[in-house]
Design a protein around this ligand. Sequence first.
Ligand code: FAS
Ligand code: PHB
Length: 394
Amino acid sequence: MNPQRSQVAIVGAGPAGLLLAHLLAARGVESVVLEARSEEYVAARVRAGVLEHSTVQLLTDAGLGNRLREQGDEHRGIHLQWPHERHHLDFVDLTGRSVWVYGQTEVQKDLVDAAAARGQDVRYEVSDVALHELTGDRPHVTFTAADGTAHRLDVDAVVGCDGSFGPSRAAVPEGVRRSWERTYPYSWLGILADVAPSTDELIYAWHPDGFAMHSMRSPTVSRLYLQVPNGTDVAQWSDDRIWDALAARLGHGQDGWELTPGPITGKSVLPMRSYVQTPMRHGRLFLAGDAAHTVPPTGAKGLNLAVADVALLAPALAALVRERDPALADAYSDAALRRVWRCTHFSWWMTTMLHTSGDPFDEQLQLAQLRWVATSEAGATGLAENYAGLPIGF
Ligand code: FAS
Ligand code: PHB
């Protein structure tokens, strides 16, 4: 079984897994990262786009902020839009905190480059990952390497950073774990387009036909989303149909504003779900990122929550593994879940405020809420505080 030993086994080389390995290495803790997919596959996944204030600070402090600050785009806030009205919420005026637009693919690239530079042990294209003796004296992971050889890795701790579909969630026994789940009655159709953004900052738009959002990746690449029914076949949405729907929903022609279409280079449909599993620690197993929670992307929280978990977990594991001090590790799950539930609520709140269901009463309530949030300092500050992100460990 090719027996090996390390201090921490990390399952998953997405942002949570690679950032954890980075922060552990900075604390003198050795880890091995096990990833089911290829490095190229993981790097190419187009996902999150907005980094919270605290995420940018943490990446900068960890030496991962250079390209972010060179190529990322700092935004003061967002636009809230509904038919005939658009209001800018300035997070910096309201809370003193900004956000940065810098795609998850870029964050992943920075993490991969840093891992290579420090000689991080990352095993790609592994299979049959299984977690063993998580409450025993010899916690270990078994797996099949890309070359087909069987391996056993003995460690002091195992961290599940394996997203929504990895083995870690189920490694917490049924009698121990508890989960909450909500599936929303709509999905997002997301596009990447080779066209300059038609807006300076993100537009979140309510419209009777459905939600739409204008984001971006660079001065020449736009990222846009529109609400579609669950089960939508992306092949049913031609480029023209997509741009027509986006123009209508985002307010093309309103007060002289125009949405400029362009070549679509990527299309995908993303179902929307809220999911939280507790506890985020069981014996020597710890969960971080999407392995423990999933949020609908309306609040731009998914990636940022993964960072916040890892920011708490790295010092906890360092104390546990190096000084045999379990205090922070014992407190990790409760501390992480405070932010998880705050972000789960905010993501649900943004999603239910902005997505239409066809119910006329709901639509009036949504418009009333949007008008209050856009014109009341208290309402706007509530959104700003949550969107720009509360301090990690709040
Ligand atoms: P990840 O899912 O990124 O990484 C988990 C890793 O574990 C993957 O690389 C996977 O291959 C690996 N893995 C799984 N099973 C394994 C096994 N058995 N063995 C070894 N490795 C295994 N968030 C936003 O804020 N905005 C968005 O627009 C947005 N869009 C998204 C679109 C999609 C399709 C998805 C799925 C998520 C989206 N998210 C978005 C959320 C996303 O950004 C996550 O929050 C973020 O990737 C979380 O990072 P990780 O926790 O590292 O999980
Ligand atoms: C993105 O740019 O992909 C993005 C931005 C904000 C969101 C979701 C996705 O809320």
